[in-house]
Design a protein around this ligand. Structure first.
Ligand code: FES
Ligand code: FE2
Length: 355
């Protein structure tokens, strides 16, 4: 399907003529047959011990994921190239995985290194697909793309190049597509209607960082009409800090909090086989540089995780029943439209069932 970048330019004045065209032209957004190429969470690191193998599924691809004796993680196509046994039934030997059925052995690149009944190495090259996986922020990530990874696993931009700590927060499920969950965080209208924020607090300005990364910076300020507003306003020099950064429409970081203490939160989501969103929240904090910070950091991380819980729990009522269908975009939806437009221009990777 051809990408046409009409979204975001058409909502002013011409929405009636273009709405049906736009809904059919999503090339990635809200689709169940492909995702944007990029990094996706596969498993929490804590769920895979040394010299263990587990099964995992990502957008329809069944995998055997194992951790070798050296602590490194590898992911192979699940079904053995000999006769199709599930490799997660096997066992890890050193840094290799041995199939349970006839005991063929595979290294982390998927190359067969031992066939016991032939007394060792196969005479010809036998291999199974290996996937690029990396561990970061307490999660095992997998690269979904035809080529080698062209970028690093997302992290809060303000912490780039700095030392930081993290804490994996809650796992959550939502009854709708990950892109729909993600875009909710920049849906200005609903912050007023559902969360009762005053009108002028949020104005999410889109800023394309590169082809896979887009930032939404709040340019709104705290209204000073009442005492609470005036007190809160003193915590912010300029705008009320609420900044979102998105990658692949499925991982995002939120930066929020007063100028003297920014909180950093990541949400990373994927589509389950049941068409639901499965996600993790991860809290971040700068590495402490003095004793007081050593004491305070666990509290900051806890506070951030609580903020994550609020975000993850919020709007469940909407996500449980929504059938996302953006029939009538209006100017107030500008951030949502910018998100869709940016996502739809990214390279895509097919779900397994739609090969
Ligand atoms: S099916 Fe795996 S070794 Fe035979
Ligand atoms: Fe919300």
């Amino acid at each position: 399907m051809q990408t046409k970048s009409v979204v975001g330019q058409i909502f002013v004045g011409r929405q009636m003529q273009t709405k049906s065209v736009m809904r059919e032209q999503y090339t990635i957004f809200n689709r169940t047959d492909r995702v944007a190429c990029g990094w996706y969470w596969l498993l929490p690191s804590s769920s895979l011990k040394r010299q263990k193998v587990v099964s995992a599924n990502i957008v329809g691809y069944e995998l055997a994921v194992f951790r070798g004796a050296d602590g490194r993680v590898a992911a192979l196509d699940a079904y053995c190239p000999h006769m199709g046994a599930h490799l997660a039934e096997g066992k890890v030997e050193g840094n290799q995985l041995r199939c349970f059925f006839h005991n063929w052995c595979f290294n982390e690149k998927g190359k067969c290194t031992d066939i016991p009944c032939l007394n060792g190495m196969p005479s010809r090259e036998i291999s199974t697909k290996s996937w690029v996986v990396q561990e970061r922020h307490g999660l095992i990530w997998i690269w979904l793309g035809e080529d080698e990874p062209s970028e690093l696993i997302p992290e809060p931009p303000e912490l780039q190049g700095e030392k930081y700590e993290y804490s994996v927060g809650n796992f959550f499920i939502k009854n709708c597509h990950p892109n729909v969950v993600m875009v909710n965080a920049i849906d200005e209208q609903h912050f007023h209607t559902v969360h009762h924020l005053p009108g002028e607090v949020l104005n999410m300005e889109a800023n394309r960082i590169n082809s896979t990364h887009i930032e939404f910076k709040n340019t709104g300020t705290v209204p000073d009409a009442n005492l609470v507003g005036r007190l809160v306003g003193k915590l912010y020099k300029n705008c009320l800090t609420y900044n979102l950064n998105y990658w692949y429409g499925s991982s995002g970081t939120v930066t929020l909090g007063p100028d003297f203490l920014h909180l950093y939160l990541m949400f990373t989501l994927r589509l389950s086989a049941l068409g639901q969103t499965e996600g993790y929240a991860v809290a971040f904090a700068r590495k402490p540089t003095n004793f007081l910070q050593v004491l305070l950091n666990p509290i900051v991380l806890l506070l951030t995780k609580l903020a994550g819980l609020y975000f993850a729990k919020g709007d469940t009522r909407i996500f449980n029943t929504i059938k996302f269908d953006f029939k009538t975009p209006i100017a107030a939806d500008h951030a949502v439209l910018a998100f869709i437009q940016h996502l739809d221009k990214q390279k895509s990777f097919p779900h397994k069932s739609h090969d």
